[in-house]
Design a protein around this ligand. Sequence first.
Ligand SMILES: *[C@@H]1O[C@H](CO)[C@@H](O)[C@H](O)[C@H]1NC(C)=O
Ligand SMILES: *[C@@H]1O[C@H](CO)[C@@H](O)[C@H](O)[C@H]1NC(C)=O
Ligand SMILES: *[C@@H]1O[C@H](CO)[C@@H](O)[C@H](O)[C@H]1NC(C)=O
Ligand SMILES: *[C@@H]1O[C@H](CO)[C@@H](O)[C@H](O)[C@H]1NC(C)=O
Ligand SMILES: *[C@@H]1O[C@H](CO)[C@@H](O)[C@H](O)[C@H]1NC(C)=O
Ligand SMILES: *[C@@H]1O[C@H](CO)[C@@H](O)[C@H](O)[C@H]1NC(C)=O
Length: 404
Amino acid sequence: MSLFLALVLLLPSSLCHRTKAQWHTCDSGFSISATAMARNITHCRKLQTLGAELGINNYSTTPNSSTSIDVVFSALPPTPQGWIAWGVNPGRHPQMVGTRALIAFNQPSGMPVVNTYNVTADTRRGCKLEPSTIEVGVANKAANYSDETGRLTMAARLTLPPEYNVSKLNHVWQVGPRVVGTVPLAHAKTLHNFDSKETMDLESGVGHSQRHHDIGLREAHGILSVIGWGTLLPIGVIVSRYFRGSPIDTKNKWFYAHVGIQILAFSLGVAAWGIGLSLMERSGQYRAFMGHRIVGILIFCLATLQVMALWLKPKMLDKYRKYWNIYHHFVGYSLIVLIIVNIFKGYAILKPAPRWKWAYIGILIGLSCVALGLEISIWFVFLKPDDKKAQTNASDPSKTSNPN
Ligand SMILES: *[C@@H]1O[C@H](CO)[C@@H](O)[C@H](O)[C@H]1NC(C)=O
Ligand SMILES: *[C@@H]1O[C@H](CO)[C@@H](O)[C@H](O)[C@H]1NC(C)=O
Ligand SMILES: *[C@@H]1O[C@H](CO)[C@@H](O)[C@H](O)[C@H]1NC(C)=O
Ligand SMILES: *[C@@H]1O[C@H](CO)[C@@H](O)[C@H](O)[C@H]1NC(C)=O
Ligand SMILES: *[C@@H]1O[C@H](CO)[C@@H](O)[C@H](O)[C@H]1NC(C)=O
Ligand SMILES: *[C@@H]1O[C@H](CO)[C@@H](O)[C@H](O)[C@H]1NC(C)=O
């Protein structure tokens, strides 16, 4: 209960936190310096992912005309043979498709280069991304690589056509591991790669991104999954396995405890599942994290089937009841396995601080110890020859009565 309370108190606060990144002066703390790449950079900002930094100079803009601006972008490619990209998107949302991008990478000859690319829906489908002209004016391109830090830095003077609103500039950035010729190969598909986009006010440097809302939803999805599917559901199974017909359970209370706990577990789990679906919807990344999604859907379907047991179960004296019990137990244990697998898949996607993973491992060890202890105590009772009642009850739970 106290966990639940903590959750209720924690959720709204985590949904509301927003970081307001703004321009800073490019001094210590930035890998971009005010004189980087021989530009006069006046404003610097760290972007939210991939170790990326953005620097610009003082620019001037007049309505209905182009904006001219010096941009320096720096990020950490996964390998020295990798690429870094930064670009602007004239569409309504900051996203990969439609981005007019600058991409820099090291050449085998040593000097890094910058090319312009028009990123389209074909690129997303896996077609080669070749250099091309873009509708943004690009002059004075330059790139630099630091052996010490492994950072690639690129700069250019951009001329943004009037359709780019500088107070709502959609920009995206990315890094990838390899380049073939001048074709950058696909980037990794982690949350950080998908979160590398925002809408920025060039003047204030304040960026708005969906990520701030998504982080709260991802936390809620994880916490509800761990409590509902990952903790309460196994407790409900333990209750049914070890207290059914036990000497301390004289009035068949195990059944109500089992149903009550599983309904609570199912409600929290379904809430987590719904949040997961809305996260997929919001990201538009329908093909990412496929394994986690498929197992999640399987868990939802099997858990729904288990809850339907309340209505579909054959009557106590029905001859099929024995087979039905075997089926219900088999699905229940399979569910636990799927749930544990999927929770660890979730940890691998969300990559929270390691203590959260260890906390869940602790819960699993605790539940296993309790189950093991109860298992041993059952066998202890079973092996005691003089206690006949306990023996029959404990050794053959399927024969014990059920209030339904
Ligand atoms: C390129 O990077 C090196 C190492 O970071 C730096 O010393 C040098 O000034 C840079 N060159 C330019 C033109 O920015
Ligand atoms: C940078 O500013 C200095 C002094 O204001 C000026 O001389 C120089 O031309 C500027 N460099 C660029 C690339 O704009
Ligand atoms: C850039 O603009 C700010 C304020 O608008 C001003 O204080 C600063 O001196 C300018 N920097 C350069 C190098 O022009
Ligand atoms: C900008 O363009 C719009 C429509 O194209 C026009 O109505 C407006 O007068 C223009 N403003 C300036 C300052 O040119
Ligand atoms: C870039 O791709 C878009 C489609 O995403 C297309 O409309 C545009 O004409 C292309 N630009 C160039 C310069 O090829
Ligand atoms: C740019 O965006 C701002 C803020 O939403 C808006 O007030 C302004 O009218 C937009 N300008 C143009 C040219 O669309």
